[in-house]
Design a protein around this ligand. Sequence first.
Ligand code: SF4
Length: 206
Amino acid sequence: MVNGEMRINETFLSLQGEGHFTGTPAFFLRLSGCNLQCPFCDTNHKSFTEMSEDEIVQEASRHKPRHIVITGGEPALQLTSSLVDKLHEAGFFIQVETNGSLPLPEGIDWVTCSPKGTPCPSLKERGYPHELKVLYMGDGTDPIKSLPLGGDLEEALGAGVRLFLQPLDTGNAERNHIILRDTIAYVMQHPKWSLSLQTHKLLGIK
Ligand code: SF4
């Protein structure tokens, strides 16, 4: 990687499909590469082109939305404080989607953490994210057990963390239907959670 350049898998304009900001127009910056290898990963994040931070800000600024979603792969592998500062200077609200296993730069406006069941440093000690988005496999596992909260759930909720439970997309319509049914049942029984759907897939958009 050339000094100051980042490996970009893709950029695109769309609606945020999941979690708290569902429906929000946003510029998406997908960084290449991940430190995990989840068996259910449905993201093609390995290919890349290189862009400088200034080129990224310039490209994002060509569009009207001032909400940027930095995703991956795992964005913490590449995201720098200087890109965060440059995007803020350009007027962006910065949302980062992370698996929570690596530290992020300071000053991110909204951190969406989606733990992937791997050993992960305590989120309490590093500062809670704004939302936790947990994939539900519908296998009867209590999703709270997969959360690296380092404290109890009440404390995290008191700190303002929002909890989203999202049915896993298995690629099999019949299986997905069962998982969705089970996810709704879990949320109804545990109302501190909210349902998150991949609405971009339902809408047929990226
Ligand atoms: S953390 Fe996300 S991007 Fe990385 S392998 Fe797992 S599902 Fe894929």
